[in-house]
Design a protein around this ligand. Structure first.
Ligand SMILES: Cc1cc2nc3c(=O)[nH]c(=O)nc-3n(C[C@H](O)[C@H](O)[C@H](O)COP(=O)(O)OP(=O)(O)OC[C@H]3O[C@@H](n4cnc5c(N)ncnc54)[C@H](O)[C@@H]3O)c2cc1C
Length: 750
């Protein structure tokens, strides 16, 4: 997939700051705006003012008065406008779709005629696709253009035409000739909404507002030069236009005002379940936002993104509905649509308009089908990331050595012993650990990527425990890092280990619970409190008693018993090395493994559905099956993205908010992906001989290790509830910069 966490250039960061300031300066004090992203209000004067500020015509070249912005810049600016709740509907269509379409397909005449006016917001457009008998099945449009001297005569009716009563033109998809294939013979004509023969009839939305219209065209003359693109080749253009429309931030930003109101309303006395809901929504919002932003970067890089566009629209629109519903369920009273309290007014409007999210711009069902087409056109395996040299090496090793047989064998004996020797020779467990500390070097992001692939291939080894946790605890506190596997006690609330000074050494007695891989480790490492200070304890495995236990992935989660052990390797922990820091690293590492296992389960489901036949065809032909696969693939991508983004904050400034969001989103992905993947597989997925369970059992285990989805969601909720009002958007909108990235790769640069 083309989703990769991005970092912003200095110029992009600067531009966002300029836009934020410029918009704030333009708004009267206390401005709340019509808000709600896709329903942000149509105000031509305001759009023109934005144009004067250089905030319109973003993707258009300078020769047409445009700003020559990259897709990322354009995305960020639109997001800022949405976050400020300002009215942008007067120019959103030209900006989002008509401008790019005219630029790509339009004649010189159309470019000259319209693009400058788009850049100054002097001309506005509606979208002319839907008809009374053509919605999802758009190729069945009946509006027809008949060739006449110097142009075309258009007859037909378009419906649901947003703001046709306010805008100047619309680009109409219509039939220009009859062909065997209905997708041929369609064209796009630009029709003047005030031309003779055009009648605009209002259609009032269920909240009483007027956005929709029916546009009836009777013998409307359209001159030849208003044909957009090639005659009879309009279908491909229309699809490209829809792709432009689907990937804009206004989708998920439609829920932002409601979410922000809810978050601002949470005080320190909010209930745990309020924090959980707030946190889950915020975590998903952050994930969707980063995925959408990375799509914009992929567009700038010219990477094909058919499946990604579909996924982004699905993530955003389903999120909008779920967010609005979740907030409404927690609203303490009946909602008054005429309330002067903006929170209530927003919620009333959002409630009534929420269903539009998964209908406008193509229904969720159609978008999922398109996304599936994009997914199935690719290599089902190893689609999880674009690869670099480090990834290539580890993928080859994991792929060759972590097979169903070796995984099942490891589950019996506790660890894939032979594989340990191979990965240790390649230095993989110590990726992300500085060389001077006995590690293999590489960044924190490299380590997370390695863990993701270890999850993808269900590698039965203590990789997280040895490197990001064990080596960090030991080397960070001045203890040597052993050459063998390390086990780290995660810090269970049931732990009962007491360590006290014993002359120049220490005496340890008690029990540590659910210690991963303890029986296989060379050293068992734990954080222990001595004299009210955190210390790192490292014990030889042979010096303790181990009672084997396991999780449902059949990975060791042992009881480790210290029987009055005299031990001298207990040292004061360095600043930053404490249970909270360990929990953050542990949660992020598991989230990364969950992302990988989720991606594998999604890839496996796709591969299986292409092979398995029912009713005389592969089950991948059935829409219900396609939709399960898209759902699984999408959730896996969200988990991978939010985990990588949280990783960008390490090692310098680990962000509780980002890690909490990562484990929340990953926990959700684990649930949804496992469910969807099993459904696609039917009975075979439930068998030992088929490999799906090697991933789903890990998902079910890892989702609750280092904190459950709900615990972390509440953590996100508490974090955002503590953010002062004016700081919420800047906090959520923060993206790592290229400088941060350079620093993470080589702290010496900083
Ligand atoms: C807020 C809003 C603004 C809009 N603005 C515009 C606009 O400006 N210009 C414009 O042209 N249009 C606009 N539309 C229309 C929009 O594009 C259509 O509503 C949409 O394409 C769906 O068409 P339909 O409403 O006819 O539903 P239908 O196509 O009749 O679908 C009804 C249901 O059947 C399902 N369905 C249909 N076919 C299939 C299939 N093959 N497989 C599975 N399920 C299927 C759909 O998913 C849906 O659940 C807007 C819609 C909304 C809600």
């Amino acid at each position: 997939m083309a989703f990769d966490p991005i970092s912003l250039t200095d110029d992009e960061v600067e531009r966002v700051a300029q836009v934020r300031n410029a918009v704030a300066r333009e708004l009267p004090a206390g401005f709340v705006g019509p808000g709600l992203g896709a329903f942000a209000g149509n105000d031509q004067a305001f759009s023109r003012r934005l144009a004067e500020l250089g905030l319109v015509g973003l993707g258009l070249p300078a020769e047409y008065g445009g700003q020559d912005s990259s897709a990322v810049e354009k995305f960020l600016i639109f997001e800022e406008l949405n976050a400020a709740n300002v009215p942008i509907l007067a120019h959103i269509t030209t900006e989002r779709q008509t401008g790019p379409c005219i630029l790509r397909y339009g004649s010189d005449y159309l470019r000259t005629r319209f693009l400058r006016d788009f850049a100054s917001a002097k001309v506005s457009f509606s979208v002319g696709f839907s008809e009374p008998d053509a919605g999802s099945d758009l190729a069945s449009v009946r509006t027809r253009a008949t060739k006449v001297e110097g142009g075309w005569l258009v007859n037909g009716t378009k419906v649901w035409t947003t703001d046709a009563h306010l805008n100047d033109y619309f680009a109409v998809l219509l039939r220009t000739s009859d062909r065997e294939d209905r997708h041929d013979g369609l064209s796009q004509l630009i029709v003047d909404l005030r031309a003779p023969g055009v009648q605009i009839n209002p259609i009032i939305l269920l909240d009483g507002s007027h956005h929709f219209n029916e546009v009836v065209m009777v013998d409307v003359f359209v001159p030849d030069e208003m044909i957009l693109g090639e005659v009879d080749r309009g279908w491909q253009q229309a699809m490209a236009e829809l792709a432009f429309e689907r990937s804009y931030p206004d989708r998920y930003m439609s829920a932002y005002p409601v979410l922000a109101d809810f978050l601002h309303g949470l005080g320190p006395m909010a209930s745990e379940s309020d924090y959980e809901v707030a946190g889950e929504l915020t975590a998903r919002f952050m994930a969707i936002r980063h995925v959408s932003l990375s799509l914009a970067r992929a567009v700038d890089l010219g990477i094909p993104v058919t499946a990604e566009v579909g996924l982004v629209k699905l993530f955003a629109t389903e999120f909008v509905q779920e967010a609005i519903e979740a907030v409404r369920l927690r609203f303490p009273a009946e909602i008054d649509p005429d309330s002067s309290w903006v929170t209530e007014a927003h919620l009333a409007k959002a409630t009534m308009l929420a269903p539009t999210a998964t209908i406008a711009g193509g229904t969720a069902e159609m978008v999922r089908t398109v996304a599936f087409r994009g997914l199935s056109g690719r290599d089902a395996r190893l689609s999880a990331a674009r690869r670099d040299i480090i990834q290539d090496t580890l993928i080859d090793i994991f792929q060759d050595h972590s097979t169903l047989d070796t995984i099942l064998e490891a589950e019996k004996v506790g660890m894939a012993r032979d594989l340990w020797n191979v990965v240790a020779d390649a230095g993989l467990p110590w990726i992300g650990v500085p060389e001077q500390q006995g590690g293999s070097g590489g960044s924190f992001a490299d380590a997370l990527s390695m863990l993701r692939w270890s999850g993808y291939f269900a590698v039965s080894l203590p990789l997280l425990e040895t490197g990001l946790l064990g080596a960090w605890l030991l080397a960070g506190s001045g203890l040597p890092v052993p050459a063998g596997p390390i086990s780290v006690a995660p810090g269970s609330s049931a732990d009962d280990l007491h360590v006290r000074r014993h002359g120049t050494t220490f005496l340890a007695s008690g029990v540590l619970h659910r210690v991963p891989w303890a029986r296989n480790a060379e050293q068992i490492v734990a954080l222990v409190e001595v004299d009210e200070q955190w210390h790192v304890l490292s014990a030889d495995r042979a010096a303790v008693t181990i009672e084997p236990r396991r999780n449902i992935a059949y990975e060791p989660r042992d009881r480790v018993i210290f029987d009055d052990l005299i031990i001298d390797t207990v040292v004061l922990a360095s600043p930053g090395i404490d249970p909270a820091g360990l929990r953050l690293r542990g949660a992020l590492g598991r989230a990364s493994q969950i992302a990988g296992a989720s991606q594998y389960a999604a890839d496996l489901s796709l591969a299986y559905a292409m092979k398995r036949e029912a009713f005389g065809k592969p089950i991948a032909k059935f829409q219900a099956v396609q939709h399960h696969i898209v759902r699984a693939a999408g959730e896996a991508e969200l988990a991978a993205m939010v985990t990588a983004v949280a990783g960008q904050t390490f090692p310098e400034a680990p962000s509780l908010l980002h890690v909490a969001a990562a484990k929340t989103v990953a926990g959700r992905a684990a649930r949804i992906v496992a469910g969807a993947a099993h459904q696609v597989h039917g009975a075979i997925g439930m068998t030992q001989e088929y490999e799906l369970h090697t991933r789903t059992r890990r998902l079910w285990s890892w989702m609750s290790e280092y904190g459950t989805e709900l615990e972390w969601a509440a953590e996100v909720g508490r974090s955002v509830a503590a953010i002062p009002n004016g700081e919420l958007w800047p906090t959520l909108a923060r993206v790592a910069t290229e400088r941060d990235r350079e620093f993470a790769a080589d702290p010496a640069v900083g």
